[in-house]
Design a protein around this ligand. Structure first.
Ligand code: ADP
Length: 477
């Protein structure tokens, strides 16, 4: 019996493999990289027939960019030098579309094709697209996480912190990227915070409703209101994690409270004078029948005062909204300063006939400003002095010219204002603690500040407890 020739047997096996492979595309190249043969799988995957490629250099299968980078030549050098080479790159389909492939080339010396290279190619396009999609999705969620205002942490069942974002470090005033790998209870302890999350994941509500608000007193800083949201990730698997989202809702809650207080204020401020006017009208009716002149005069004065108050509340509301939207426009004219101050004091004197208001150094200089608005500011300062200072207190208006600015002040000898309240007096809705029971919206001084700012000037106040307060405004001349 004739003995089988092992070399021939190997060639037969290779040929069979080459022809019958369905998944792995294969090429035989000569030692210079010219295509000698391609298999059926290659034809199926890349659309070329053997006739299309036979004798052509394998560079035709590379993209233009790879050709420019001399990747085909480099591949040949490597395969000849080390006997094989691998690569991940695009291979061109006959229709011009690049397909992601993973290839392996093997150097085969002295074969039936002479010194040749056998190249096996796998189409990994779908896998590559998926990878690209995943990495884009990952990048997308990382960008979102980094940019959301909510502080975020992910912990495992042992409470080890696995993932964090920039807002978390900002909230806790910590150096970025120092928390991952540390434990949640340590963070809670150092920040004087307790998330009160159940010990076991099983005890955490399974739906998305684990949401609560709690107060947090950060070390060395004011109390904040935080909203906590939790969600178990990978609920069914054995690698469960907990996503914790923290939102600082302090400003939001304060704004809601302010809005509520404001509505209460406004309704109170409008209802009171209206009820007074209604009562006065009823009494007037009665007294007029009896023709009691003195009483009717007094009632008319009261009705007038209440209507003025109503008018003032409505104007303050209107002006504060105009100031907030930048619509507080000035109508400047030339006018006499002394006359303007006299008009403002006279109006207030009418309402408070028993109170003394004097003007110190009131010059009859002419100035250029919005007369109506300056009267409004002075009126506010004077009315506040009447309202908040004891009834015996004299009120003094003083005018000085300082560094090219006109400075007007209104002083009273009232109870004064505690030093910690002074910086807030001109804020919107601010009302002093001891004066909160008196009528007022806390908008008067805010509107004054805006009017004076529109003139390019400034407002401020000084005060001494039990001695009195002085409110100033300055406008450049
Ligand atoms: P309102 O008078 O409506 O409260 P304002 O903005 O005019 O609003 O005043 C804000 C706060 O400033 C007042 O609530 C009061 O506490 C304080 N204030 C203003 N003027 C005086 C004053 N002359 N003496 C003491 N406190 C004053």
């Amino acid at each position: 019996m004739r003995k089988a020739d092992p070399a021939k047997q190997n060639t037969d096996i290779f040929d069979k493999l080459f022809d019958q492979c369905h998944v792995n595309a294969m090429l035989v190249l000569d030692q210079h990289g010219h295509i000698l043969k391609i298999n059926n799988a290659f034809e199926d995957a890349f659309g070329f027939t053997e006739k299309d490629l036979s004798g052509k250099h394998m560079r035709v299968l590379f993209t233009e960019q790879d050709q420019k980078a001399q990747r085909p030549e480099m591949e040949l050098i490597v395969v000849k030098r080390q006997g094989f080479s691998t690569d991940h790159n695009y291979s061109m389909h006959k229709n011009g579309h690049p397909i992601w492939v993973s290839g392996e080339s093997v150097w085969v010396p002295a074969s039936k094709y002479g010194n040749c290279i056998i190249k096996v190619i796998q189409n990994i396009h779908a896998q590559k697209l998926q990878e690209k999609f995943l990495s884009e999705a990952n990048e997308f969620s990382s960008i979102i996480l980094e940019n959301i205002g909510d502080a975020m942490l992910v912990v495992n069942e042992e409470r080890m912190i696995l993932k964090t974002n920039a807002s978390l470090y900002e909230m806790f005033d910590l150096t970025p990227e120092t928390l991952e790998g540390t434990y949640l209870p340590d963070l809670e302890k150092s920040q004087n915070i307790s998330f009160e999350i159940a010990e076991k994941f099983e005890n955490i509500p399974q739906d998305n409703t684990f949401k609560k608000e709690f107060q947090w007193s950060p070390p060395g800083s004011n109390t904040r209101m935080l909203q906590l949201n939790c969600k178990i990730l990978n609920q069914q698997g054995n690698d469960r994690k907990l996503l914790i989202l923290l939102r600082d809702v302090t400003e939001q809650r304060e704004a809601e409270q302010q809005r509520e207080d404001f509505i209460n204020f406004v309704s109170h401020e409008l209802r009171n004078p209206m009820a007074n006017v209604a009562l006065v009208l009823e009494l007037l009716n009665e007294f007029m029948d009896k023709q009691q002149k003195e009483q009717t005069d007094e009632l008319l004065r009261k009705a007038n005062m209440n209507l003025k108050r109503l008018n003032q509340v409505i104007s303050e509301l209107h002006d504060s909204t105009r100031a907030a939207t930048g619509n507080l426009r000035l109508e400047k004219t030339h006018f006499n300063l002394g006359d303007m101050i006299a008009e403002a004091t006279d109006t207030v004197k009418l309402l408070y006939p028993h109170r003394a208001i004097s003007c110190k150094d009131c010059p009859s200089t002419e100035i250029y400003a919005d007369r109506f608005r300056l009267i409004q500011v002075l009126n506010n300062y004077l009315t506040n002095a009447m309202k908040y200072a004891a009834s015996a207190s004299d009120v003094i208006v003083e005018v000085v010219i300082q560094n090219g600015s006109l400075v007007i002040s209104v002083s009273d000898q009232g109870p004064g204002i505690p030093p910690d309240q002074l910086p807030h007096l001109f804020n919107k809705y601010y009302r002093g603690q001891s004066t909160a029971k008196l009528d007022g919206l806390g908008l008067g001084l805010y509107v004054c500040k805006e009017i004076i700012a529109a003139h390019g000037g400034q407002v401020w106040a000084t005060s001494q407890l039990r001695k009195g307060s002085t409110f100033f405004f300055s406008i450049p001349l």
